[in-house]
Design a protein around this ligand. Structure first.
Ligand SMILES: C[S@@+](CC[C@H](N)C(=O)[O-])C[C@H]1O[C@@H](n2cnc3c(N)ncnc32)[C@H](O)[C@@H]1O
Length: 260
């Protein structure tokens, strides 16, 4: 681990565990990486063919300590990796929605790969919310440079913001998350979304890939789980995937209309 990574782990442990527990941990174990992302990395093709095909730059595995935004929310950032396109397209297809009615909101949109793929579907609008200024700038360039001939939604943008403070647009939503942040941020993102729906009730789907925090949604009376399933990725996607599983696991929820 380099010095930046050690400093980050120390700050994170102090914020989460406090001084005494951090000191105990240092004595017994040292500051091992806490992120599941780091534990699971495998050999992979560093540039996904998606980038060459569409003239963009969405590849790479970046850890939270590589993505400083100046916010204390950085401590709960799960890092950046783009979704596997083949699996993501299957998931959108499985939703069976009348896409024109919905705004697609990617909370933790990174370099914008999911935004670009979502634009193959006729969403009313597509918005990405990204904490890291560096990734947001790349997403803006990607949206401008994207050469996809199958694009069916042109209203697509990236916003540099903390997902916990984001003001959701009016109308029905598909809120998409690819394991972007840890429990403290996830909880406050959910509270923000639920408060929005209490003020302005409408239909909302949550599409949650790598749903490590499913229990938080399952425990909420606002959400009903529709399904949880695995989506196999293409050989091309797997070769460029940083983690051993060959499938993206996804849970989908809809809000319980009428109880808000
Ligand atoms: C795994 S990447 C997902 C990328 C993209 N959604 C996709 O599917 O290709 C998660 C992203 O969430 C961002 N993120 C983490 N915490 C955030 C927060 N509080 N607000 C907004 N974005 C955040 C990270 O910087 C990272 O780019």
């Amino acid at each position: 681990m380099n010095l930046r990574r050690i400093r980050y782990r120390l700050r994170k442990s102090l914020a989460q565990r406090g001084v005494i527990a951090t000191a105990r941990l240092l004595l017994h174990k040292g500051l091992r990486p806490g992120s599941r992302t780091i534990d699971r990395a495998k050999e992979y093709v560093s540039v996904h063919p998606f980038d060459r095909q569409f003239g963009v730059e969405t590849s790479g595995l970046l850890f939270a300590e590589d993505l400083p935004s100046g916010s204390h929310k950085d401590l709960f950032n799960a890092g950046y990796f783009g979704v596997a396109p083949s699996a993501f397209r299957q998931i959108l297809h499985r939703l069976q929605l009348d896409f024109e009615k919905y705004t697609f909101v990617d909370l933790g949109s990174g370099k914008g790969r999911a935004l670009l793929i979502a634009s193959e579907y006729p969403f009313r609008a597509i918005v990405g919310v990204e904490l890291s200024p560096k990734l947001h700038a790349i997403a803006v360039a990607n949206i401008a440079n994207y050469r996809g001939s199958a694009q069916r939604c042109q209203d697509i943008r990236s916003i540099e913001a903390d997902a916990t403070e984001y003001s959701f647009p009016d109308g029905p939503l598909v809120v998409y998350l690819w394991n972007p942040f840890e429990a403290p941020v996830f909880t406050s993102v959910l509270a923000n979304l639920e408060a929005t729906l209490a003020r302005n009730p409408r239909e909302v789907y949550i599409v949650y890939i790598q749903p490590d925090l499913d229990p938080l949604l399952e425990a909420s009376r606002f959400w009903r789980k529709l399904w949880r399933d695995e989506f196999q990725m293409s050989e091309e996607d797997y070769a460029a995937h940083a983690f051993p599983p060959r499938a993206e696991l996804c849970s989908v929820y809809r809000n319980v209309l009428g109880s808000q």
